[in-house]
Design a protein around this ligand. Structure first.
Ligand code: C5P
Length: 222
């Protein structure tokens, strides 16, 4: 692992879940642990980058040398990402952003009433697509958790969200991915791909940061 390959670069990473409030005491969220994003932050800092880690609610210590910004909802995360990426070189979207949020946040606790209640949900903004769609975007990396047709779905997302790289993992396999310590991924970029075998999220993060540094210098020769 070549330390210093990201020196002078500013890397912004989103990690963890988002929480979408329903009322003052309830929310919609998911089981993301934030481990992959935090491991990437640590690996990027070890490679010499200045790191801004934008994190949803997780139970993890901040990696050394990283600036951490805590957020709750997807809207908060988008705002923090837009602000932090104004001067960044690489944006890595590792957060499991809630796709939808309750259309209205009730001011008071919703009372128990009939047998059924209906929740209306509104689509959240796509953070990585928003950043990648800016006039002069940073090098943008997304993640794709899929249960089938891994390669096709990941490559569609790469194009649709205008990403420079996408890291795909098969979440139907037990013991890797969501909320576990290990992962195994396939990485796609325009014109290339590489498979990274099952390893700890720390080891994979180092390999991913190395790949990103390589692609960054290939696409933006100094
Ligand atoms: O479309 P899908 O949710 O599968 O895309 C996953 C990728 O997009 C991840 O990199 C995730 O962090 C990012 N994403 C985002 N904002 C959203 C939804 C997903 O940045 N609202």
């Amino acid at each position: 692992f070549d330390t210093g390959q990201l020196s002078g670069k500013h890397v912004v990473i989103t990690a963890g879940p988002t929480r979408e409030a329903l009322d003052p005491v309830r929310y919609i969220s998911n089981h993301s642990s934030g481990k992959m994003g935090f491991a990437l932050a640590q690996a990027a800092a070890e490679a010499g980058a200045r790191v801004t880690l934008i994190s949803g609610p997780v139970n993890l210590p901040t990696p050394p040398q990283c600036e951490r910004i805590d957020v709750i909802s997807a809207d908060d995360m988008l705002q923090a990402a837009e602000h932090a990426t104004s001067d960044c070189d690489v944006f890595i979207a590792a957060a499991a952003v809630a796709d939808y949020r309750p259309a209205n946040i009730a001011e008071q606790k919703i009372k128990k009433s009939g047998e059924h209640i209906t929740l209306t949900l509104t689509k959240n903004p796509d953070i990585v697509a928003t950043i990648a769609g800016q006039p002069t975007p940073p090098f943008c990396v997304g993640f794709a958790a899929e249960t089938q047709h891994l390669g096709e779905h990941a490559q569609c997302k790469l194009q649709r969200k205008r990403l420079d790289m996408i890291v795909a993992n098969d979440v139907s396999q037990p013991g890797i991915g969501f909320n576990s310590d290990d992962n195994a991924v396939s990485v796609f970029w325009p014109g290339g791909k590489q498979q990274l075998a099952q390893a700890s999220k720390q080891q994979l993060a180092r390999q991913l940061i190395q790949l990103m540094a390589e692609r960054l210098s290939a696409t933006q020769p100094q």
